[in-house]
Design a protein around this ligand. Structure first.
Ligand code: 6GU
Length: 235
């Protein structure tokens, strides 16, 4: 998968060189390229923002650098992925990012992320982007971050680990929170007794059918307690 990220803080994405995603990049499974939006400015101050029409607090990202950046990156289609890219703008005003979103996007050969800052990006950029690819505005949740960078880091990690070959043991992907709409069951390791706290005896029983049933109950119970919205099918 090829992923391009445009940001005024490309250094934010340094940690993508670590851990499983870093290894996947080294192995050629993931081709992640970060770009400084200011590369597509032409004035001495490399200006990317301006005051909002209609007034109001804060600054808005100018359309011109975004237009040039997206034109260039969208036209740079890799041979293995000639189709139009999915162009994602992280935004607290977007659709909610879920495990289902991650699964969908993990099947795409090519993603472009555009990280906004300030009060957002000039709205016309989204319409222009829609002429270059399939545009999605995506939010991590109902709270506000200062910019899209941290959100894009989270999305790339959630998407990247679903790409075949990134996570060593694919079985570890299926028994997780959110993969089937329930939270994960509790895990324990040695010692069996620790500071007076015991591992649930059923896990030491060797009865795998009973263990499976117990884990299932735990998942439902936890989900009811912590995330009743998931059981109600609200999301
Ligand atoms: Cl994707 N961006 C920003 N700036 N804030 C957010 C968000 C995204 N998701 C939740 N809050």
């Amino acid at each position: 998968m090829r992923i391009d990220v445009v940001s005024i803080f490309p250094e934010y994405f340094g940690p993508l060189e670590m851990s499983l995603l870093g290894k996947a990049r080294g192995a050629g499974i993931l081709d992640i390229r970060t770009h400084d939006l200011r590369h597509w400015t032409h004035d001495r101050h490399r200006t990317v923002d301006d005051t909002p029409y209609g007034g109001g607090a804060g600054m808005v990202m100018k359309p011109e650098p975004w237009g040039e950046a997206l034109d260039e990156l969208a036209s740079d289609a890799p041979e293995h992925a000639p189709a139009a890219p999915v162009i994602i703008f992280p935004s607290p005003a977007g659709e909610l990012f879920t495990q289902a979103t991650a699964r969908e996007l993990a099947r795409e050969p090519r993603l472009i992320f555009g990280c906004g800052r300030y009060e957002g990006i000039d709205e016309r950029v989204f319409a222009h982007a829609a002429t270059l690819g399939r545009v999605r505005l995506i939010s991590l949740g109902d709270y506000v971050l200062n910019g899209g960078e941290v959100a894009v880091m989270a999305m790339i990690e959630a998407i990247g680990r679903l790409i075949p070959g990134v996570v060593g043991n694919p079985a570890s992907l299926v028994e997780e929170s959110h993969e089937d709409g329930l939270l994960e069951y509790p895990s324990y390791t040695k010692p069996a007794s620790w500071r007076g706290r015991e591992v649930p005896p059923i896990l030491l029983s060797g009865n795998h059918a009973a263990i499976d049933a117990w884990r299932r109950e735990q998942r439902v119970e936890r989900t009811r307690e912590r995330r009743p919205d998931l059981l109600a099918g609200d999301r």
